[in-house]
Ligand binder design. Structure first.
Ligand SMILES: Cc1ncc(COP(=O)(O)O)c(C=O)c1O
Length: 395
């Protein structure tokens, strides 16, 4: 998909867990907005504004169907996953002593708002520890549950290991204790069906930029029966029915969560991304990722000096291969592969600092593949990592 050479070589883009590339259809949808109807939805009544309103309504309906929501009004456009997660974690009508349960590998976008809410509302935070190979432990989760738990906030697919939670079991157990469930689906939504209706989950947040869409669009699901009176993080124009000098009345969801002028080109581009993904089919996306990840794992399994982060079985790790090369820092690994082969990866703590502190490692390098990556690219990557491990073993 990246067709421009850098230093005489095509880039190998393996940073898909950060942002994916965008197909031409998405770029065209974004351009069409600016070229043909660059107006504002839901305010002015002229033809261009009406066109934007209709297009955004259409994307909302598409997103509802993509995620199996009962009604489009359960989908709100936000600027990213983080905004959706904060809306729930900071906005629930907490009572002192309520408990919130997370995993030990949350992204900071769940972890930090949970700690802020804990301090602000005097909550208790319970962390479910994973097994030794960093797989979610359902038994440990059940032990953490009690009637005091108000919210289970969990990363559906880990951005470090690529492992996915047993979502339905978690929702059923949480509901049996009267707790609500919020899934951080930033990494799950790009490559598996997150069927919010079928799962019966209360809240879910994802980002378009990780699923072929433009930057700056978050997709937030709040089940109509669960959203209650959660207030928006930001208040202002467009989110209200009426205001007087001393009062305001918020609109119901989703409009109350969409205050101020929205990212219309991004929302419309997101519609094109959802169409593109639907036409390929998420099962095929997942199967392709699994094929590539198995190929990497076969090539690097048992290579002296390469340490995998996560379970050995590639089928548990989606499109993510996180690793360290012994005696090199993760950033060195990423920079060497970038400089020598144009392999673009992420390195560091991946916004999961507590997990790496617990593992007592300074982070890792992460190769994350997606639907357009090829076996040839994977082979270049695996050979390069092998070469690196060999080179530094001899020192
Ligand atoms: C698992 C997970 N959760 C949350 C986020 C935050 O997403 P965003 O930056 O779009 O808010 C990310 C981003 O990498 C992620 O991987």
């Amino acid at each position: 998909m990246l067709s421009k050479e850098i230093d005489g070589r095509l880039p190998i883009y393996f940073d898909n867990a950060c942002q994916t590339l965008r197909p031409r259809q998405v770029l065209e949808a974004v351009s069409e907005y600016y070229e043909s109807f660059p107006a504002c939805a839901g305010r002015s009544v002229h033809k261009l504004a009406t066109e934007v309103s209709l297009r955004c309504d259409d994307v909302r309906a598409k997103a509802a169907s993509f995620f199996g929501a009962d009604d489009p009004s359960e989908i709100a456009f936000m600027k990213n996953t983080t905004e959706g997660l904060n809306t729930v974690i900071m906005g629930l009508p907490w009572e002192k002593g309520d408990e919130v349960v997370t995993t030990d590998y949350e992204h900071n976008s769940v972890h930090v708002p949970v700690l802020c809410a804990r301090d602000r509302f005097s909550l208790k935070h319970r962390v479910v520890r994973s097994s030794e190979d960093l797989v979610f432990d359902l038994g440990a989760f059940e032990e953490a549950m009690s009637k005091k738990v108000r919210l289970v906030a969990m990363c559906l697919t880990s951005n470090v290991t690529g492992c996915t939670l047993p979502a339905k079991e978690i929702v059923d157990i949480a509901h049996s204790y009267g707790a609500m469930v919020l899934f951080d689906a930033a990494q799950a939504a790009p490559s598996m069906r997150v069927d919010v209706g079928g799962l019966d989950v209360d809240f879910m947040a994802a980002s378009a930029h990780k699923m072929l869409g433009p930057s700056g669009v978050g997709l937030f699901y709040a089940r109509s029966g669960s959203v209650g009176s959660i207030p928006p993080i930001m208040c202002g124009g467009h989110g209200v029915v009426d205001t007087t000098y001393d009062s305001y009345t918020l609109l119901p969801p989703p409009e109350r969560f969409e205050t101020g002028l929205q990212n219309y080109s991004g929302i419309i581009g997101t519609g094109a991304a959802l169409d593109y993904l639907s036409s390929i089919g998420l099962d095929d996306v997942r199967a392709h990722e699994a094929m590539l990840n198995s190929r990497i794992t076969r090539a690097l399994r048992g290579v002296d000096g390469v340490d995998l982060i996560g379970p050995a079985d590639p089928n548990l790790r989606g499109g993510i291969f996180s690793f360290n090369v012994r005696s090199l820092s993760p950033h060195d690994v990423a920079m060497i592969l970038d400089n020598s082969k144009n392999i673009m990866m992420r390195s560091g703590m991946h916004c999961c600092h507590p997990l790496f502190h617990a593992l007592k490692v300074q982070g890792c390098a992460r190769a994350s593949v997606y639907l357009y990556n090829t076996s040839e690219e994977v082979d270049v990557f695996s050979e390069s990592v092998k070469g690196l491990a060999e080179g530094f073993r001899k020192r």
